[in-house]
Design a protein around this ligand. Structure first.
Ligand SMILES: Nc1ncnc2c1ncn2[C@@H]1O[C@H](COP(=O)(O)OP(=O)(O)O)[C@@H](O)[C@H]1O
Ligand SMILES: [Mg+2]
Length: 262
Protein backbone atom coordinates (compact mmCIF):
# COMPACT_ATOMS: atom_id res chain seq x y z
CA UNK A 1 0.00 0.00 0.00
CA UNK A 2 1.21 3.44 -0.87
CA UNK A 3 2.01 5.88 1.83
CA UNK A 4 1.30 9.11 -0.09
CA UNK A 5 -1.25 9.10 -2.87
CA UNK A 6 -1.77 12.10 -5.13
CA UNK A 7 -4.77 11.52 -7.38
CA UNK A 8 -5.70 13.76 -10.28
CA UNK A 9 -4.74 16.95 -8.50
CA UNK A 10 -5.35 20.20 -10.34
CA UNK A 11 -5.02 23.70 -8.98
CA UNK A 12 -6.13 26.83 -10.72
CA UNK A 13 -5.38 30.42 -9.61
CA UNK A 14 -7.65 32.62 -11.72
CA UNK A 15 -6.56 31.92 -15.29
CA UNK A 16 -3.32 30.17 -14.22
CA UNK A 17 -3.36 26.39 -14.24
CA UNK A 18 -0.68 25.82 -11.58
CA UNK A 19 -1.24 22.04 -11.43
CA UNK A 20 -2.89 19.99 -14.15
CA UNK A 21 -4.09 16.48 -13.29
CA UNK A 22 -1.07 15.42 -11.24
CA UNK A 23 -1.05 11.81 -10.02
CA UNK A 24 1.65 9.72 -8.34
CA UNK A 25 2.15 7.48 -5.35
CA UNK A 26 5.05 7.45 -2.94
CA UNK A 27 5.74 4.32 -0.88
CA UNK A 28 6.76 4.57 2.76
CA UNK A 29 10.38 5.67 3.22
CA UNK A 30 11.10 6.80 -0.34
CA UNK A 31 13.17 9.97 -1.03
CA UNK A 32 11.58 11.77 -3.98
CA UNK A 33 12.88 14.87 -5.73
CA UNK A 34 10.42 17.14 -7.56
CA UNK A 35 12.17 18.96 -10.37
CA UNK A 36 10.92 21.76 -12.51
CA UNK A 37 11.66 25.26 -13.74
CA UNK A 38 10.41 28.29 -11.83
CA UNK A 39 6.61 28.47 -12.15
CA UNK A 40 6.20 24.78 -13.00
CA UNK A 41 4.06 24.18 -9.89
CA UNK A 42 6.51 22.70 -7.35
CA UNK A 43 5.49 24.94 -4.43
CA UNK A 44 1.81 24.57 -5.20
CA UNK A 45 2.13 20.78 -5.24
CA UNK A 46 3.97 20.71 -1.90
CA UNK A 47 1.51 23.14 -0.36
CA UNK A 48 -1.38 20.92 -1.49
CA UNK A 49 0.41 17.89 -0.02
CA UNK A 50 0.80 19.72 3.28
CA UNK A 51 -2.83 20.84 3.38
CA UNK A 52 -1.91 24.54 3.11
CA UNK A 53 -3.56 24.84 -0.31
CA UNK A 54 -6.77 23.15 -1.37
CA UNK A 55 -6.70 21.55 -4.83
CA UNK A 56 -9.35 22.67 -7.32
CA UNK A 57 -9.80 19.00 -8.26
CA UNK A 58 -8.42 15.67 -7.14
CA UNK A 59 -7.26 14.54 -3.73
CA UNK A 60 -4.19 13.76 -1.68
CA UNK A 61 -4.13 11.13 1.01
CA UNK A 62 -1.51 9.91 3.39
CA UNK A 63 -2.08 6.39 4.70
CA UNK A 64 -5.66 6.59 3.45
CA UNK A 65 -6.38 9.82 5.33
CA UNK A 66 -7.33 12.63 2.99
CA UNK A 67 -5.26 15.76 3.61
CA UNK A 68 -7.50 18.81 3.83
CA UNK A 69 -5.59 20.87 6.39
CA UNK A 70 -2.08 20.91 7.93
CA UNK A 71 -1.47 17.60 9.63
CA UNK A 72 0.87 17.05 12.63
CA UNK A 73 2.49 14.04 10.97
CA UNK A 74 3.56 16.05 7.93
CA UNK A 75 6.46 18.44 8.51
CA UNK A 76 7.37 21.12 6.01
CA UNK A 77 10.74 22.79 5.44
CA UNK A 78 10.49 26.06 3.57
CA UNK A 79 12.69 27.90 1.12
CA UNK A 80 13.22 30.78 3.54
CA UNK A 81 14.42 29.35 6.78
CA UNK A 82 11.34 30.51 8.74
CA UNK A 83 13.18 30.36 12.02
CA UNK A 84 13.31 33.02 14.73
CA UNK A 85 16.58 34.94 14.71
CA UNK A 86 16.38 36.11 18.32
CA UNK A 87 16.08 32.56 19.62
CA UNK A 88 18.81 29.96 20.02
CA UNK A 89 19.11 26.98 17.69
CA UNK A 90 17.83 24.83 20.54
CA UNK A 91 14.74 26.99 21.23
CA UNK A 92 13.94 27.07 17.52
CA UNK A 93 14.21 23.28 17.29
CA UNK A 94 12.03 22.92 20.37
CA UNK A 95 9.18 24.87 18.73
CA UNK A 96 8.70 21.85 16.44
CA UNK A 97 7.02 20.09 19.34
CA UNK A 98 4.31 22.78 19.44
CA UNK A 99 2.97 21.37 16.18
CA UNK A 100 1.76 18.33 18.06
CA UNK A 101 0.98 19.67 21.55
CA UNK A 102 -2.08 21.45 22.84
CA UNK A 103 -2.88 25.15 23.02
CA UNK A 104 -2.11 25.35 26.73
CA UNK A 105 1.41 24.07 26.23
CA UNK A 106 1.93 26.51 23.36
CA UNK A 107 0.77 29.46 25.42
CA UNK A 108 2.99 28.65 28.38
CA UNK A 109 5.83 27.33 26.19
CA UNK A 110 5.84 24.26 28.37
CA UNK A 111 8.14 21.52 27.19
CA UNK A 112 8.71 18.29 29.00
CA UNK A 113 12.02 16.55 29.39
CA UNK A 114 11.37 14.19 26.48
CA UNK A 115 10.77 17.11 24.13
CA UNK A 116 13.97 18.83 25.27
CA UNK A 117 15.94 15.66 24.61
CA UNK A 118 14.30 15.31 21.20
CA UNK A 119 15.34 18.86 20.31
CA UNK A 120 18.95 18.10 21.24
CA UNK A 121 18.85 14.82 19.36
CA UNK A 122 17.48 16.56 16.26
CA UNK A 123 20.26 19.17 16.46
CA UNK A 124 22.75 16.34 16.65
CA UNK A 125 21.21 14.73 13.53
CA UNK A 126 21.87 17.95 11.60
CA UNK A 127 25.36 18.38 13.06
CA UNK A 128 24.55 21.37 15.27
CA UNK A 129 24.64 20.00 18.81
CA UNK A 130 27.67 22.14 19.68
CA UNK A 131 25.86 25.24 18.37
CA UNK A 132 22.64 24.57 20.33
CA UNK A 133 22.95 27.78 22.35
CA UNK A 134 23.89 30.03 19.47
CA UNK A 135 21.40 32.66 18.37
CA UNK A 136 19.94 31.71 15.02
CA UNK A 137 20.60 35.21 13.62
CA UNK A 138 24.32 34.65 14.16
CA UNK A 139 24.35 31.42 12.18
CA UNK A 140 25.06 31.02 8.45
CA UNK A 141 22.22 30.45 6.00
CA UNK A 142 23.11 26.76 5.76
CA UNK A 143 23.16 26.35 9.52
CA UNK A 144 19.81 28.15 9.81
CA UNK A 145 18.30 25.76 7.28
CA UNK A 146 19.68 22.83 9.29
CA UNK A 147 17.93 24.29 12.36
CA UNK A 148 14.78 24.29 10.21
CA UNK A 149 15.31 20.58 9.52
CA UNK A 150 15.86 19.93 13.24
CA UNK A 151 12.61 21.71 14.05
CA UNK A 152 10.79 19.59 11.48
CA UNK A 153 12.24 16.43 13.06
CA UNK A 154 11.10 17.47 16.54
CA UNK A 155 7.59 17.51 15.15
CA UNK A 156 8.13 13.75 14.89
CA UNK A 157 6.55 13.47 11.45
CA UNK A 158 6.00 10.45 9.20
CA UNK A 159 6.43 12.60 6.12
CA UNK A 160 8.90 15.36 5.41
CA UNK A 161 8.19 17.89 2.68
CA UNK A 162 10.81 20.45 1.68
CA UNK A 163 10.23 23.25 -0.81
CA UNK A 164 13.54 24.25 -2.42
CA UNK A 165 15.34 24.00 0.92
CA UNK A 166 18.65 25.12 -0.60
CA UNK A 167 17.41 27.81 -3.00
CA UNK A 168 19.10 30.67 -1.16
CA UNK A 169 22.35 28.90 -0.29
CA UNK A 170 25.79 28.75 -1.90
CA UNK A 171 26.80 25.43 -3.52
CA UNK A 172 28.89 24.25 -0.54
CA UNK A 173 26.13 24.89 2.00
CA UNK A 174 23.54 23.42 -0.37
CA UNK A 175 25.51 20.23 -0.55
CA UNK A 176 25.77 20.04 3.22
CA UNK A 177 22.09 20.78 3.86
CA UNK A 178 21.08 18.09 1.36
CA UNK A 179 23.40 15.59 3.04
CA UNK A 180 21.84 16.27 6.43
CA UNK A 181 18.35 16.14 4.98
CA UNK A 182 19.04 12.74 3.43
CA UNK A 183 20.62 11.51 6.64
CA UNK A 184 17.67 12.69 8.74
CA UNK A 185 15.25 11.04 6.32
CA UNK A 186 17.19 7.75 6.31
CA UNK A 187 17.75 7.70 10.09
CA UNK A 188 14.06 8.08 10.80
CA UNK A 189 12.77 6.23 7.75
CA UNK A 190 10.69 9.22 6.70
CA UNK A 191 8.84 9.45 3.43
CA UNK A 192 10.45 12.57 1.95
CA UNK A 193 9.49 14.80 -0.95
CA UNK A 194 11.91 17.63 -1.79
CA UNK A 195 11.62 20.15 -4.59
CA UNK A 196 14.82 21.39 -6.19
CA UNK A 197 15.69 23.33 -9.28
CA UNK A 198 19.38 22.31 -9.31
CA UNK A 199 19.74 19.27 -11.53
CA UNK A 200 23.17 18.32 -10.18
CA UNK A 201 21.91 18.17 -6.59
CA UNK A 202 18.84 16.26 -7.68
CA UNK A 203 20.92 13.61 -9.44
CA UNK A 204 23.26 13.33 -6.50
CA UNK A 205 20.64 12.90 -3.79
CA UNK A 206 17.42 11.75 -5.44
CA UNK A 207 16.23 8.17 -5.43
CA UNK A 208 13.17 8.84 -7.53
CA UNK A 209 12.46 11.91 -9.66
CA UNK A 210 9.23 13.59 -10.66
CA UNK A 211 9.55 16.25 -13.35
CA UNK A 212 6.95 19.02 -13.49
CA UNK A 213 6.42 21.29 -16.46
CA UNK A 214 3.56 23.77 -16.70
CA UNK A 215 1.83 21.95 -13.85
CA UNK A 216 1.99 18.53 -15.50
CA UNK A 217 4.08 15.49 -14.65
CA UNK A 218 6.41 14.99 -17.62
CA UNK A 219 8.67 12.43 -15.96
CA UNK A 220 8.32 10.00 -13.07
CA UNK A 221 11.07 7.46 -12.63
CA UNK A 222 14.24 6.28 -10.94
CA UNK A 223 17.91 7.26 -11.40
CA UNK A 224 18.63 4.84 -14.25
CA UNK A 225 15.98 6.45 -16.50
CA UNK A 226 16.81 10.01 -15.47
CA UNK A 227 19.08 11.04 -18.36
CA UNK A 228 19.92 14.25 -20.18
CA UNK A 229 16.96 13.84 -22.55
CA UNK A 230 14.63 13.89 -19.55
CA UNK A 231 16.30 16.97 -18.09
CA UNK A 232 15.98 18.70 -21.45
CA UNK A 233 12.29 17.82 -21.56
CA UNK A 234 11.67 19.16 -18.05
CA UNK A 235 13.50 22.46 -18.55
CA UNK A 236 12.80 23.24 -22.17
CA UNK A 237 10.65 26.36 -22.30
CA UNK A 238 7.26 25.96 -24.05
CA UNK A 239 8.12 28.34 -26.94
CA UNK A 240 10.96 26.02 -27.95
CA UNK A 241 8.86 22.90 -28.02
CA UNK A 242 8.45 21.76 -31.59
CA UNK A 243 11.10 24.17 -32.93
CA UNK A 244 13.83 21.67 -33.41
CA UNK A 245 12.04 18.99 -31.41
CA UNK A 246 13.83 15.69 -31.75
CA UNK A 247 16.94 17.23 -33.25
CA UNK A 248 18.24 18.52 -29.92
CA UNK A 249 21.51 16.91 -29.02
CA UNK A 250 23.28 16.29 -25.74
CA UNK A 251 25.04 19.64 -25.91
CA UNK A 252 21.72 21.45 -25.74
CA UNK A 253 20.77 19.37 -22.75
CA UNK A 254 24.02 20.27 -21.02
CA UNK A 255 23.38 23.95 -21.72
CA UNK A 256 19.97 23.82 -20.12
CA UNK A 257 21.51 21.99 -17.20
CA UNK A 258 24.06 24.77 -16.73
CA UNK A 259 21.32 27.36 -16.77
CA UNK A 260 19.34 25.74 -14.03
CA UNK A 261 22.32 24.99 -11.82
CA UNK A 262 23.75 28.52 -12.02
N1 LIG B 1 -1.25 32.23 -4.66
C1 LIG B 1 -1.14 32.31 -5.99
N2 LIG B 1 -1.94 33.13 -6.69
C2 LIG B 1 -1.85 33.21 -8.03
N3 LIG B 1 -1.01 32.49 -8.77
C3 LIG B 1 -0.19 31.64 -8.15
C4 LIG B 1 -0.21 31.50 -6.71
N4 LIG B 1 0.72 30.58 -6.36
C5 LIG B 1 1.30 30.16 -7.51
N5 LIG B 1 0.75 30.79 -8.58
C6 LIG B 1 1.09 30.57 -10.00
O1 LIG B 1 1.07 29.16 -10.22
C7 LIG B 1 2.15 28.76 -11.04
C8 LIG B 1 3.00 27.73 -10.30
O2 LIG B 1 3.65 28.40 -9.23
P1 LIG B 1 4.54 27.67 -8.16
O3 LIG B 1 3.81 26.50 -7.62
O4 LIG B 1 4.99 28.71 -7.19
O5 LIG B 1 5.76 27.16 -9.05
P2 LIG B 1 7.27 26.83 -8.61
O6 LIG B 1 7.29 26.59 -7.15
O7 LIG B 1 7.63 25.62 -9.41
O8 LIG B 1 8.10 28.01 -9.01
C9 LIG B 1 2.89 30.03 -11.42
O9 LIG B 1 2.40 30.46 -12.64
C10 LIG B 1 2.52 30.98 -10.32
O10 LIG B 1 2.59 32.31 -10.76
MG1 LIG C 1 8.44 27.44 -5.65
Amino acid sequence: MSYISVEGVSKRFGSTQALDDVSFEVPQGEFVVILGASGSGKSTLLRCMNGLTKPTAGSISINDTEITEPHPEIAMIFQQHNIIGEMSAYSNALTGSLQRSGVLESVFQFHDRAEKLEALQALETVGLLDEANQRASQMSGGQQQRVGIARALVQNPMTLLADEPVASLDPGSSQQVMEYLLRASDDRKLTTVVSLHQVNLARQFGERFIGLKNGQVVFDGYAEEFGLDVIDEIYDSPEHVGDDGDERDEEAAVDSQDEVTA
